[in-house]
Design a binder for this molecule. Structure first.
Ligand SMILES: Cc1cc2nc3c(=O)[nH]c(=O)nc-3n(C[C@H](O)[C@H](O)[C@H](O)COP(=O)(O)O)c2cc1C
Length: 184
């Protein structure tokens, strides 16, 4: 499949077939796409925690519930596997710290890039994904032994789609998001 075609065809999946498992081999292949992702100063400020056991998934499903019982992933119980993206303190060049005043200037972008590489790798393997942006950090620390302050920035749901996606790909027009040589 052409690369741009993969970009066009991948869609977030919010209905998974819980009877179709994702193997560890598949999960590790997906993680490999994240591990190979470029990062600012090559600092690789991430830890990827794969969650695939029933017990760990139950805990994760609870950590995806926010105030007032709201969750960005009401469909989370059907998902065969997840990957947590935990931000680490980045080892960046001194000039980055001098200029921006902290080490984490690139870190969220780095994790986002790793996450999208994993999404597209999964898609190329016939699997579906959805990024989940919000979680309860305190529960994440408690359930998964994550050292305090190491933020779980993203969670990626991975599995086999239970239905053909009814969500159309909605994007701003090219001319709205892109200009040449000057702000427009
Ligand atoms: C950082 C981030 C957080 C997201 N969080 C959620 C979420 O909590 N729940 C959800 O259903 N989708 C979530 N999404 C999926 C977006 O809604 C989706 O990518 C967007 O609507 C574009 O649709 P597409 O992925 O099908 O192209 C998230 C995506 C990103 C990149």
């Amino acid at each position: 499949m052409d690369f741009l075609e993969i970009m066009r065809e991948r869609k977030s999946c919010r209905a998974y077939d819980p009877s179709k498992k994702v193997t560890r081999e598949e999960l590790l292949k997906i993680v490999e796409a994240g591990r190979l992702t470029p990062s600012g100063c090559n600092s690789q400020p991430w830890k990827f925690i794969v969650v695939d056991s029933p017990e760990a998934k139950e805990k994760l499903c609870d950590a995806l519930v926010l105030e007032n019982n709201v969750s960005g992933a009401p469909w989370r119980h059907q998902v065969p596997a997840f990957i947590l993206f935990v931000e680490q303190k980045a080892k960046v060049m001194q000039c980055v710290v001098d200029h921006y005043g902290n080490t984490q200037r690139f870190a969220q972008g780095d994790l986002g890039a790793a996450c999208m590489n994993m999404c597209h790798q999964a898609f190329s393997m016939g699997l579906s994904t959805c990024v989940i942006g919000m979680n309860d950090q305190k529960k994440m620390e408690k359930y998964f032994g994550i050292p305090e302050g190491n933020e779980v920035r993203l969670v990626l749901a991975i599995g086999h789609s239970a239905e053909k996606s009814s969500f159309a790909k909605v994007r701003k027009e090219l001319k709205e998001v892109c200009s040449f040589n000057f702000w427009e």
